[in-house]
Design a protein around this ligand. Structure first.
Ligand code: C2E
Ligand code: MG
Ligand code: MG
Ligand code: MG
Length: 288
C-alpha cells in the first residue's frame, strides 16, 4: 500500500516538478542575454534615520525587466545566477550602475550595495569597487557593502581578507539579514562590521511577540557595545516603526517608509542641504 501511495504521490507531483524545471531552464537561458539586452535595472529603497526622519541612505536592488514575464525579483533569478556563475557579471554591473546613478544625485546619502558569497570570493571584486568609486569620484565612506553571514560561513581567509581590503578602500561593510542564519554571534566577532541589518522576520512579529522584541532590543545593545549601527528591515506599519525607535534601533527601511523605486523618482530636499529625501518630504516629518 505504501508503494502505491508513493506512486500516486509521484504521479501527482511530477508535472509540477516538470514545470518548475522548465521554468528554471527558461530563466537560465534568458538570463544569459539579459544584461546585453539592457533588461537589468536597479531600484533604490530609502533608509531613514529614526531620530530625524531624514533619508540617510538608499539600498540598490536589482530588477529584471523581462519582456514576457514582467519585472522579476532577484529572489527568483539570483539563485540561478549564483549556480551558473552569471552572478559575477550581474554583480559587477550592479556595482558600476549603482555608483553611476548615485553619483548623479546631490546629497550626502549612503549608497548600499548587496554582495553575494560568490562575489566576495572573486579576487577582482576589490578592483571593481575601487574603479567604480574613482570613476565617479564618489566618497568611499558613502558606500556600504551588504553581505550575509553565508559569506563568512566557509571561514575562508580569502573572503575575510577581501572584506579587509574593501575596508581599506574606505567603504563600510554591513551584515545583512542578521538573526536568520546559524551562529550569528560568532560572525560578529570574526569581522568588524559597521552596521547590523536586523532581518524582517523579527520586525514582522515585534508588535505581538515579546521574544522578537527582546531579540531586537538585545541586538541593539550588542551593536552599541561593539560600536556598530543598526538598521531594521521590512517595516510595514507605523506601530512597528514606533516600537523599533523605542528599542533604540537607529535606522529603518521598509514599505512604510518607501518601496524600492527608480532613483529619478526620489526628490531633492532643497531646504535640507540638498539631502535626498522621500518622494513626499512631508512624509519623513510625520514619522517623528
Ligand atoms: P536584501 O538585501 O535583504 O534586501 C531587502 C529585500 O526586502 C528586498 O527584496 C526588498 O524589496 C524587500 N523589502 C524591503 N522592505 C520590505 C517590506 O517592508 N516588506 C517586505 N515584505 N519586503 C521588503 P528584493 O529586492 O526582492 O531583493 C531580495 C534579495 O536579493 C536582497 O535581499 C539581496 O540579498 C538580493 N539582491 C538584490 N539586489 C542585489 C544585487 O544587486 N546584488 C546581489 N548580490 N544581491 C542582490
Ligand atoms: Mg541588503
Ligand atoms: Mg536584508
Ligand atoms: Mg532580507
Amino acid at each position: 500500500a505504501a508503494k502505491e501511495k508513493g506512486r500516486d504521490h509521484l504521479a501527482l507531483f511530477e508535472p509540477e516538478l516538470d514545470r518548475k524545471a522548465r521554468e528554471r531552464r527558461d530563466i537560465e537561458n534568458d538570463l544569459r542575454d539579459a544584461l546585453a539586452r539592457g533588461q537589468m535595472r536597479l531600484h533604490f529603497q530609502p533608509i531613514i534615520d529614526l531620530d530625524t526622519g531624514t533619508t540617510t541612505g538608499v539600498e540598490a536592488l536589482m530588477r529584471w525587466y523581462h519582456p514576457q514575464r514582467g519585472i522579476i525579483s532577484p529572489l527568483d533569478f539570483l539563485p540561478v545566477a549564483e549556480e551558473t556563475g552569471m552572478i559575477t557579471a550581474l554583480g559587477e554591473w550592479a556595482i558600476r550602475e549603482a555608483l553611476a546613478e548615485a553619483s548623479k544625485v546631490e546629497g550626502e546619502f549612503r549608497l548600499a550595495i548587496n554582495l553575494s558569497p560568490t562575489q566576495v570570493k572573486n579576487p577582482n571584486l576589490v578592483a571593481t569597487v575601487a574603479q567604480a568609486i574613482h570613476k565617479h569620484d564618489f566618497a568611499p565612506e558613502r558606500v556600504e557593502l551588504e553581505i550575509t553571514e553565508h559569506v563568512l560561513l566557509d571561514q575562508t581567509d580569502a573572503s575575510r581578507s577581501t572584506l579587509m581590503r574593501l575596508r581599506e578602500l574606505g567603504v563600510r561593510i554591513a551584515l545583512d539579514d542578521f538573526g536568520t542564519g546559524y551562529s550569528s554571534l560568532g560572525y560578529l566577532r570574526s569581522f568588524p562590521f559597521d552596521r547590523i541589518k536586523i532581518d524582517r522576520a523579527f520586525v514582522e512579529n515585534v508588535i505581538d511577540d515579546l521574544h522578537s522584541k527582546a531579540i531586537i532590543s538585545s541586538i541593539t545593545r550588542l551593536a552599541d557595545a561593539l560600536g556598530m549601527q543598526t538598521t531594521a528591515e521590512g517595516i510595514e506599519n507605523r506601530e512597528q516603526l514606533d516600537i523599533l525607535r523605542k528599542l533604540g534601533v537607529e535606522e529603518a527601511q521598509g514599505f512604510l517608509v518607501g518601496k524600492p523605486m527608480p532613483l529619478e523618482e526620489f526628490e531633492l530636499d532643497e531646504e535640507n542641504s540638498g539631502l535626498l529625501c522621500l518622494p513626499d518630504p512631508k512624509l519623513s516629518e510625520s514619522y517623528l
